[in-house]
Design a protein around this ligand. Structure first.
Ligand code: SF4
Length: 397
């Protein structure tokens, strides 16, 4: 049944409380919902109701299209000067023996391993260490672009940029310009966690504040560049903290239009300092995707990381506002597996991902980082012998 019919049925349901009906009407009319209505959705919106609203918006924006891209990850180090309580991945400098620190040549070798693979993007993010500074990253980006000019460099978050710019005594605007000149093309969405200091100070003390995170993205957008945004949810935050987080993103997006995609990140409690905090349920994960889709009316895309939430939940999420699945990746990220995700060795071939999307009646499209279409897989037939296109490397994200 078309998504609009489902929404009409909902609106005609006399049992639906008036406040929820008002939000549903706003969605039908294409009107923005308020902060209080965002909190209302979290407090009172049942899964089926939220799914109808989110799917209406999703299909209005994208129909059945579901995007994915083919990238690989480089995680320069898992050592970090910070000590975020939710981080299962980082080893503090004092535990150096358990970590890795790749040299520039080692990272370039990782890039070269993909020379004959049809990847379009390298995603670089990891821990924060003093030797990975402005000259190091500028040189790394330059050398990657010199080796493979059409490989899109999506790298580092405001957490790293704030640290390295402060060390280099340069302001955000000059720093981002320098990075763009070196070859940086997009910024991933990490490090956002929860912006509100009431929560951020408890889980991610010392690293850049929410305000600084937003300022760095703003400077990046002013250069005409694009970035993503995330939110780490399902730990000690209240619903209103999530709405506050999305509200700040929505306001910056109104100003710059530079965000492409919002990616809710589920808190996982494996092997970190918050292991006593229970994880959110699958129902809550789906509700959260749906509310993000409803609230962030000025974001084009909502993305799910299948490696973090499992393949089945990723399929379900496509009916709750998600239009982008990340991605075909191999063993090159350890961020999720180290946090207790079911997928300990996340790997999915293009064929498997296309099937995963088609199984739930959606239309798979391979995109590049900026959502240009690379291949439409709607009627695509894979050759029998089609081999998985990724190699396993002893590295991460
Ligand atoms: S979340 Fe990032 S900044 Fe925080 S400890 Fe882990 S690697 Fe470091």
């Amino acid at each position: 049944m078309p998504a609009e019919d489902n929404l009409q049925i909902l609106l005609n349901d006399t049992r639906l409380p008036a406040d929820l009906k008002q939000v549903a009407q706003k969605v039908l009319d294409g009107e923005r919902i308020t902060f209080d209505e965002g909190v209302l959705l979290y407090e009172k919106g049942e899964l089926a109701y939220l799914g109808v609203l989110a799917n209406y918006i999703r299909e209005k924006k994208h129909g059945d299209v579901t995007y994915f891209n083919r990238n690989f990850h480089i995680e320069p180090t898992n050592l970090c000067v910070y000590d975020c309580k939710f981080c299962s991945y980082s080893r503090l400098i004092k535990q150096r023996g358990e970590g890795w620190e790749y040299t520039m040549d080692e990272m370039l070798d990782m890039v070269k391993k993909y020379d004959n693979e049809p990847v379009t993007e390298v995603h670089i993010v990891g821990g924060v260490l003093p030797q990975y500074d402005v000259p190091f990253y500028a040189e790394l980006f330059r050398r990657i672009k010199a080796h493979r000019p059409n490989l899109h460099v999506k790298a580092l978050t405001p957490v790293e940029y704030h640290y390295i710019f402060k060390k280099a005594k340069i302001d955000y605007a000059s720093g981002m310009k320098l990075m763009a000149d070196a070859g940086l093309e997009s910024m991933p969405g990490g490090g956002a966690e929860i912006f509100h200091p009431e929560i951020r100070d408890q889980i991610a003390k010392d690293k850049c504040t929410g305000e600084q995170w937003l300022q760095i993205h703003e400077e990046w957008h002013k250069l005409g560049k694009r970035s993503n945004a995330t939110m780490l949810y399902g730990h000690i935050e209240k619903y209103w903290h999530r709405v506050d987080h999305m509200e700040q993103l929505r306001q910056l997006q109104d100003k710059t239009g530079g965000f492409q995609t919002f990616i809710p990140l589920k808190f996982r409690n494996g092997d970190n300092q918050m292991s006593n905090v229970p994880e959110s349920t699958v129902i809550e994960d789906l509700r959260n995707y749906a509310i993000a889709r409803i609230y962030l009316d000025n974001f084009d895309h909502i993305k799910a990381y299948w490696a973090m939430i499992s393949r089945n939940t990723a399929q379900l999420s496509l009916n709750f506002g998600v239009d982008d699945i990340d991605g075909t990746l191999d063993d090159t990220t350890k961020i999720y597996s180290m946090a207790g995700a079911e997928e300990q060795h996340p790997a999915m071939s293009t064929k498997e991902l296309v099937e995963l999307i088609k199984q739930v009646g959606r239309h798979p499209i391979e995109r590049d980082t900026l959502y240009n279409v690379i291949t439409d897989y709607k009627d695509f037939e894979f050759a029998e012998e089609s081999k998985p296109r990724f190699y396993k490397l002893p590295v991460v994200n």
